[in-house]
Write a protein that binds this ligand. Structure first.
Ligand SMILES: [Zn+2]
Length: 532
């Protein structure tokens, strides 16, 4: 490959290795107070993974972590969680690891939300270490840093005030104790530190003193973030771009790391938001796409493709129920064709980028030869006519006659086609806009008939004759063009009329494929009926 980097993560990897470490830890962090969704997955899992991958490709030792910030308290009940108003009290303010699970079968709140995706990350070709922050505190990994932070609290507050322009009193202690009486950490206030215990008071009325070590208290999140870099020896981290504003949490973290802890902060890059219908994805509001939801309708490679082919600072507006999902499928299919030389990109440079985007999106190595392609839009159409599993044997001849497969296909390709059809079916059922819903028009009613011109009717009679002799989609397509020519009708008008009488819509998949999928006999009958 040329010296030019087509993959953004390679440039980031080059920056990171200036740290000259033995091993490079690429890390993300997520608070399990609500559902993990693709908006979290981009900055906390996929961006670190791309960088981790680039480091490994360059021959460096690297590791990928996802820290579950389960010592964080629940601050609100997320949408979709059936907690009654009067029961909210039991959850709000309690650390996620100590709060009960909202559903039976899980140890706690954090475990429930973590279980919804942790085992699925591997399906996306990502193998990472999942670390519980609470367990790290409990095991004492933060003990030294807690003592250091409390002993140097005035210095921390000075840096804080300087960077954020605040006037926090120097007596402020950057520690959050979990109340021994009510079990909540959201409402406690640390008052004093005597080098052994932290004195605190809680909104519940309790006043006490406790050793802040071994999981009894968590560092204030601004300091916790920095302490976590030290505990896990983090070399790279990404984060939502909101953290990167001037005087924001990134500036603060870096200043604390350098001026208080005398260490070099990790290399950090901002990641733009993923928007859903133009709105920020939010777990608490409930407009999310979770990883299980993704896998129901789309292949894991497609999410990799979306996140790796765009630079992290590119905003992504995406939703299953808009054209963005269809376009993503088509962009991936095109990248596959370009990779295998079946199509050319606009220019060579772009072609190289697209080839690399495709290769990195794959889980595992690319196939030796280009796999048979089943375009998403056609899969969507077929999945509405046939049951992808029970009627797969009926789908195969359609795929042959429409030229999507030639000769025998291997078991792998068969499985891939089945999976794609099942996902297409799920997409139609859950998200597809009306224009993608297609069935053979039940009845040729007077409303449709009225839209067919006398010229088109004449051409219909010619088509019905010609179709009898056709054997595949290509020949059907040609027969329609020939009929248009012979009958002196604009092909575009004829196509529109055919869609109308077969689908009841003005547009659809290629007519050749459509007629094969519906069944040629049935379509000829309909064309004759419309010609009469
Ligand atoms: Zn309390």
């Amino acid at each position: 490959m040329s010296s030019e980097h087509f993959f953004w993560a390679e440039k980031v990897a080059e920056e990171i290795t200036k740290q000259r470490k033995k091993e490079y830890v690429c890390e993300g962090m997520w608070s399990p107070s609500g559902f993990f969704h693709i908006g979290n997955a981009r900055p906390e899992v996929f961006v670190p993974h791309a960088v981790y991958h680039a480091l490994v490709e360059k021959g460096f030792k690297a590791r990928q972590n996802l820290v579950i910030d389960d010592f964080d308290p629940i601050d609100k009940i997320p949408a979709g969680i059936p907690v009654k108003k009067e029961d909210e009290e039991k959850f709000i303010g309690v650390p996620c690891k100590l709060a009960p699970s909202p559903f039976k079968g899980h140890k706690c709140w954090a475990d429930y939300f973590t279980s919804q995706f942790a085992g699925l990350i591997e399906s996306f070709g990502i193998d990472l270490n999942v670390i519980s922050a609470f367990d790290s505190y409990k095991k004492g990994k933060f003990n030294d840093l807690i003592v250091f932070s409390l002993n140097n609290s005035e210095k921390i507050v000075s840096v804080w005030n300087k960077i954020a322009g605040t006037e926090k009193p120097l007596s402020f202690l950057p520690i959050v104790v979990t109340c021994e009486q009510c079990g909540k950490s959201l409402f406690t206030n640390a008052i004093a530190w005597d080098r052994k215990k932290v004195q605190y008071e809680c909104k519940c009325g309790f006043k006490g003193a406790v050793s802040p070590l071994n999981g009894k208290a968590k560092l204030h999140w601004r300091v916790h973030w920095v302490a976590n870099w030290i505990v896990n020896d983090v070399a790279f981290e990404s984060g939502g771009k909101d953290h990167f504003s001037k005087g924001g949490s990134v500036d603060m973290g870096r200043a604390l790391m350098q001026d208080v802890f005398n260490k070099q902060p990790p290399f950090q890059i901002p990641t733009e938001f993923v928007q859903l219908h133009g709105a920020k994805i939010s777990g608490s509001v409930g407009n999310v796409i979770t990883l299980p939801q993704w896998l129901q309708v789309a292949a894991p490679e497609l999410l990799r493709f979306m996140f790796f082919s765009y630079k992290p600072n590119t905003a992504i507006d995406f939703s299953f129920s808009s054209d963005s999902f269809v376009l993503l499928n088509e962009r991936f299919e095109r990248a596959e064709r370009i990779f295998f030389g079946a199509e050319k990109a606009e220019n060579e440079k772009l072609g190289e980028k697209i080839k690399q985007d495709y290769e990195i999106a794959l889980i595992g190595k690319p196939a030796k030869e280009m796999p048979a392609q089943l375009p998403f839009s056609f899969a969507v159409f077929l999945a509405q006519l046939f049951d992808p599993v029970k009627q797969f044997n009926e789908i195969l001849p359609v795929l042959r006659e429409t030229g999507h497969i030639e000769g025998k296909i291997g078991k792998n390709e068969e499985a891939m086609f089945k999976e794609k059809l099942q996902r297409a079916k799920a997409w139609v059922e859950q998200y597809a806009p009306e224009k993608f819903k297609m069935q053979f028009l039940q009845q040729l009613d007077s409303g449709i008939k009225a839209q067919i011109s006398p010229e088109a009717k004449k051409a219909f009679a010619v088509i019905a004759e010609k179709l009898l002799k056709t054997k595949n989609a290509g020949q059907i397509q040609q027969a329609i063009f020939d009929s248009a020519k012979e009958s002196n009708v604009q092909p575009i008008l004829l196509f529109k009329s055919l869609y109308l009488i077969l689908l009841g819509k003005e547009r659809g998949p290629k007519l050749g494929s459509l007629i094969i999928a519906f069944g040629k006999e049935k379509c000829i009958e309909r064309i004759k009926e419309a010609a009469a």
